[in-house]
Design a binder for this molecule. Structure first.
Ligand code: ADP
Ligand code: MG
Length: 680
């Protein structure tokens, strides 16, 4: 039967069942058989000698005694019988099933499932069947159901549906792929995912569906990427390799191997006649700025202009100063354009930009305002952003630019998430720190130690250095018992009065106030900056050597790592103290991880394991897709494999023509990947 038939064709499905199934989003037989159980009851026969006390167990045995029944009230009873299981003579106890007595004849073979009391050698029976356990009944599927539907009836429907339409299903996975990974057919997989004869079969079924699901997802991503590349055109940037080499040689340091690798990846991509769409991730301090500078220079040597966009004015200024220094011997014209650049100065920049006299423009979002016109924009880099917004891309496009784009982020994103949330982008990673950095020493202390911690901080201040104190809240809250920045600022101000100046920073301050405070801290006029997490991004004050994070258990590992990255930027030994009294084991584990490693990728992986993909980016709408069977934490190898396969497929002629891949193409069409535009 065609799997598109309605479930109403099944025996036993009346009006009510149809409605309940509809609530579960099950309308066709196909919907039904693709509703997977979330777990299986395990009825495998076990040896009682290996079964721990109080575990659920299934055993097969022979009735050895006349059952005895004890009535405990009107409807209550306790039936007891001796059963020989292997070499164990045990008692089986049935509650409220006195009628069973008649069936339990001496010598009868019976299969029992129930809780094993090891000390008293008793099984309290939950379910039983006379005779040996039939083959294929070791695992019983358990589904997530709605309304009046129960497991037993649902299983019956599933059985019927599978028998009716399984054989006619088309296998979407080409034989070549199934052979290559030894994946079972869709028929076997469907049968076993619901009614596995044993644990192995269930694993095989799962393995196939995980791969299929990830392959379909990656096909969609890769098809999008291919489509973008072909339709958007983009320019081929013919940079001058010789000049790039000169620039790199003149830098005050040697590039790390990782920096060299990503520079190569980026340059190669820029030279291709497509629009580059690349994510560059690198831990805080891994040296992304210089990679940006080299990439921008590549565009400039090809006669184009480059833009570098930062999220705050401070960061933009920081970048402008750094790049001006590096490019000084090369005669480049670098300009800074932020919201505070106004009047004549701004006018001049705009004129020079339109005339092509400015090579690199650095700024905040101010640099994509309507009146900002480039002569020929070749490359746009955004710093410290998860995503380059739809609007920004549209604005650039509307201006007639289709530049290569590079997004830089300091959030080390586990590879699995990077290639799922950013699947249609290419990813480069700087996974190595410049040598000679001093590791930040991290401590985890109880909140009652606050006084002592402040003493330690004072030592750093006395040596002329600066400190950050981070709080989860801005102001006191009746709902949350966490430290707030306003109170702590007042406390520390009076504590340090006459000795050190204390500043306050949080998201509700006026932008001008924020800038002013940050500037005062950068210039050393503020010694202690009490702040919420707004300082998380990109701020570079090398003289700050002490970071105190209050209520650290409140923050995710990646966020803590970002915060910690604000220190350890100079030549001095830096310290990070986490004040936290975590209540849960996971919380304790997280604090311990922070003290154990300074590697952002290790922490990110840990964060992913502890919090799951949905929470990783802090928001649900992270762009990370939800899968039925696949799990991004456990199935990361399958994800990588699927990505490679998908890439190969969409770039092969056969994929778009062959009969064997028609089913996969059908899925792609259904998903809309072939007709819609970019995801971002
Ligand atoms: P981030 O990746 O966090 O943006 P930055 O680009 O700000 O890091 O670099 C951090 C510091 O490391 C800067 O002072 C930069 O000049 C320096 N740096 C970058 N690359 C190297 C290198 N290969 N060797 C030594 N220092 C480097
Ligand atoms: Mg940076």
């Amino acid at each position: 039967m065609d799997s598109k038939e309605s479930v109403a064709t099944l025996k036993g499905v009346g009006k009510q069942a149809t409605e309940t199934l509809q609530e579960m989003k099950i309308e066709t037989l196909h919907d039904l058989i693709m509703t997977f159980p979330y777990r299986h009851e395990d009825f495998q026969l076990k040896d009682l000698a290996d079964t721990p006390h109080n575990e659920r167990v299934t055993v097969e045995g022979r009735v050895e005694s006349e059952p005895s029944v004890l009535f405990l009230g009107k409807k209550k009873s306790r039936t007891q019988v001796r059963v020989l299981v292997g070499r164990h003579l045990i008692k089986a106890v049935f509650f409220n099933q006195h009628y069973i007595k008649a069936k339990l004849q001496i010598g009868a073979i019976i299969t029992l499932t129930g809780k094993w009391d090891r000390g008293r050698q008793i099984i309290t029976v939950q379910s039983h069947s006379l005779g040996s356990r039939p083959d294929g009944a070791d695992f019983e599927p358990v589904y997530s159901l709605k309304g009046s539907m129960n497991q037993k009836n649902f299983r019956k429907l599933m059985r019927q549906a599978l028998d009716l339409c399984k054989e006619e299903l088309e296998d979407c996975l080409p034989l070549s792929l199934r052979d290559a990974y030894q994946l079972v057919s869709v028929q076997e997989a469907l049968e076993w995912v619901h009614f596995p004869p044993d644990g192995e079969a269930l694993k095989k079924a799962r393995r196939r569906f995980v791969y299929e699901e990830l392959l379909l997802f990656q096909l969609k991503m890769q098809a999008l990427r291919k489509k973008n590349r072909e339709e958007e055109g983009g320019s081929q940037i013919d940079y001058d390799l010789h000049k790039l080499k000169q620039f790199i040689a003149a830098l005050p340091f040697d590039l790390t191997a990782a920096q060299k690798r990503v520079v190569n990846e980026i340059c190669k991509d820029m030279k291709e006649p497509y629009r580059m769409n690349r994510l560059l991730q690198g831990d805080v301090g891994s040296g992304k700025t210089v990679v940006a500078a080299i990439s921008l220079y590549a565009a400039v040597t090809a006669g184009l202009q480059g833009a570098l966009m930062a999220p705050t004015e401070i960061l933009a200024e920081q970048h402008a100063n750094t790049l001006a220094q590096w490019f000084e011997p090369f005669g480049l014209n670098i300009a800074l354009l932020t919201g505070s650049v106004k009047g004549k100065k701004r006018q001049l920049i705009l004129e020079q930009l339109a005339a092509g006299e400015i090579d690199i423009l650095i700024g905040t979002h101010a640099l994509i305002q309507p009146d900002v016109q480039f002569q020929q924009l070749g490359l746009v880099i955004t710093d410290e952003q998860h995503r380059f917004g739809v609007d920004q891309r549209r604005i650039l496009k509307d201006k007639g630019y289709n530049p290569d784009v590079l997004f830089m982020t300091a959030t080390p994103i586990p590879r699995t998430l990077a290639i799922s949330a950013f699947g249609e982008m290419d990813v480069s990673a700087i996974d190595e720190m410049p040598s000679g950095r001093k590791e930040i020493e991290t401590f985890w202390m109880k909140k009652e130690m606050f006084g002592k911690v402040i003493g330690r901080m004072e030592k750093e201040l006395a040596a002329g250095r600066q400190a950050y104190v981070i709080c989860p809240l801005i102001e006191e809250s009746d709902k949350l018992e966490y430290q707030n920045a306003v109170d702590l600022f007042q406390q520390l101000s009076s504590y340090f009065q006459g000795k050190y100046s204390v500043g306050l920073m949080h998201g509700r301050l006026h932008p001008d106030e924020k800038e002013e405070t940050m500037r005062a801290f950068t210039e050393g006029n503020i010694s202690v900056l009490v702040s919420t997490t707004v300082v998380e991004v990109g701020v570079n004050v090398p003289n700050a050597s002490f970071m105190l994070i209050y209520d650290a258990e409140r923050f995710g590992l990646s966020q803590l790592h970002q915060l910690r990255g604000r220190v350890g930027r100079g030549s001095e030994q830096s310290y990070c103290v986490l004040l936290a009294d975590p209540k849960t084991e996971v919380g304790k584990e997280r604090m311990a991880s922070m003290t154990e490693t300074n590697d952002g990728f290790v922490l990110a992986e840990k964060d992913l394991q502890l919090r799951g993909p949905g929470d990783f980016f802090g928001r649900k709408q992270s762009g990370v897709p939800e899968f039925k069977m696949a799990d991004l934490v456990h199935d990361y190898r399958a994800l990588e494999t699927a990505r490679k396969d998908a890439e190969k497929l969409v770039n092969s002629e056969e994929f778009w023509r062959s009969e064997e891949t028609a089913c996969l193409r059908g899925h792609l069409e259904e998903s809309g990947a072939l007709s819609i535009g970019r995801l971002d």
